[in-house]
Design a protein around this ligand. Structure first.
Ligand code: DCP
Ligand code: MG
Length: 412
């Protein structure tokens, strides 16, 4: 049964009818209707109300596809992965369906261990697990069809992996309408592809992603913007994209287990621990994420990198390379018919492979026109960003430079 974590009806009177729609949906799905919040906040910016982002993740994807094409598997524990060879196989499980997960079989588990878990279950009198080699072309084909359905259903769409996508559905105007739309979409996928999926709906990609993993399988988890902190606080830090086993262990050593505990760490401390990623983590712990939903990666930035034949300490050599990159990048920008850019990033990799970025955003951006002014301004920006790398402060040991990069972002 789909589960709702948090539903807040919204902040304006405008969405009252949808509020009732939502409660009707909750009753129809045998869930408790939500009290109609009537919190009217006059100073809410329109833009705060506007973004409605969905993350969808297919349930036990490879195993579910196998079950769909081989009905004899339905109702049985299924594990997709390497050949178990009666417990002597090498390799891992790629995925297991939810029945096999009950035995403790899951993605990335060594196949020999999965075999032993399956055998133990069988000896207890439980159904035997079916082990299957993966059929990647089939999974890709099914994925492509599902992605088409998602793409049609969104204002903007981003394929995040073979079984995951982000949908920007802001034009649905409010959460209850978006929920109804996603419920229909889930039914469509069930009907056409006989597959289950879990949705997360939130004010940005980060929250949508965490929400989709919150209740699985067949989940629908909604977190409206004013409930973000309440939703995040009790969760384990591990749900934050980018915190893997190592990051988790590092934070556990410092007694940080929940997002609430992470949120109590000052930004300076996080930056000290993780460098630039610390800043993002500080934001993530607060549910902040401005990334847009977009499949067009090339649109987002344009840049070049160059490794020197020999590492260099010469500012004039580095500057000369940076300037010629600037010329080519401005050329490409015009070629691709952009009007300008807002952010300039310079990357420097030293001889010991330590790599640093410095960025500057120009509030109204730099427009690309034909009189060479954009190029002059870009060279100036690039030089300003580069020069600290020759400082004693930024480069105390006077390390030589191995690679230089220049990138323009926030293109328009
Ligand atoms: N996959 C893999 N190796 C992993 C994890 C996953 O090959 N370590 C593959 C198999 C999965 C697919 O990617 O079917 C999607 O990965 P998910 O993490 O979304 O896992 P599932 O879709 O299988 O399960 P869930 O219902 O938890 O999303
Ligand atoms: Mg999945």
């Amino acid at each position: 049964m789909p589960g709702f974590v948090v539903l807040h009806a919204g902040q304006t009177r405008r969405i009252e009818p949808a509020d009732r729609q939502l409660n009707r949906h909750l009753r129809e799905t045998h869930q408790k209707p939500q009290p109609l919040h009537r919190k009217i906040t006059p100073n809410v910016k329109q833009s705060d109300l506007m973004r409605i982002i969905v993350h969808v993740d297919m349930d036990a994807f490879y195993a579910a596809v196998e079950e769909r094409y081989n009905p004899a598997l339905r109702g049985l524990p299924v594990a997709v992965g390497a050949d178990p060879k009666e417990g002597k196989g090498r390799g891992v499980i790629t995925t297991a369906n939810y029945l096999a997960r009950k035995y403790g079989i899951h993605s990335a588990l060594p196949i020999a261990r999965a075999w032993r878990l399956a055998e133990a279950a069988r000896r207890r009198g439980e159904p035997a697990t079916v082990f299957i080699r993966p059929n990647f072309p089939l999974y890709r084909e099914v994925s492509a069809r599902i992605m088409q359905i998602f793409e049609r259903s969104a204002d903007a769409f981003e394929e995040a992996s073979i079984d995951e996508a982000y949908l920007d559905v802001s034009s649905r105007e409010n959460f209850p309408t978006a929920i109804e739309h996603m419920t229909q979409l889930k039914a469509e996928i069930r009907e056409k592809e006989e597959l289950g999926c879990s949705f997360g709906i939130g004010p940005n990609k980060l929250i949508a992603k965490i929400a989709s993993g919150h209740r699985k399988p067949d989940g629908l988890t909604v977190v409206a913007s004013d409930m973000v902190q309440q939703f995040l606080d009790p969760l384990t830090i591990r749900v934050i994209p980018g915190i893997g086993p190592k990051g988790e262990a590092f934070l556990h050593q410092r007694n940080i287990r929940t997002i609430k505990e992470l949120r109590e760490i000052p930004e300076a401390t996080l930056t000290e621990w993780f460098g630039k990623w610390g800043q993002r983590l500080f934001e993530k712990a607060r549910g902040i994420d401005d990334a847009s939903v977009s499949n067009e990666w090339t649109r987002k930035s344009l840049g070049e990198q160059e490794t020197f034949e020999e590492d260099t300490r010469s500012p004039s050599v580095v500057t000369e390379r940076l300037y010629s990159m600037a010329e080519r990048i401005i050329g490409k920008l015009r070629e691709k018919e952009f009007s300008g850019f807002r952010t300039v990033t310079v990357t420097v990799r030293f001889s010991d492979f330590q790599t640093s970025n410095r960025s500057h955003s120009i509030k109204n951006g730099i427009r690309v026109d034909n009189d060479g002014e954009a190029l002059r301004l870009l060279k100036q920006e690039a030089l300003t960003l580069l020069s600290p790398f020759f400082d004693a402060q930024e480069n105390p040991r006077g390390k030589a430079i191995r690679l230089i990069g220049l990138r323009l972002e926030k293109l328009f």
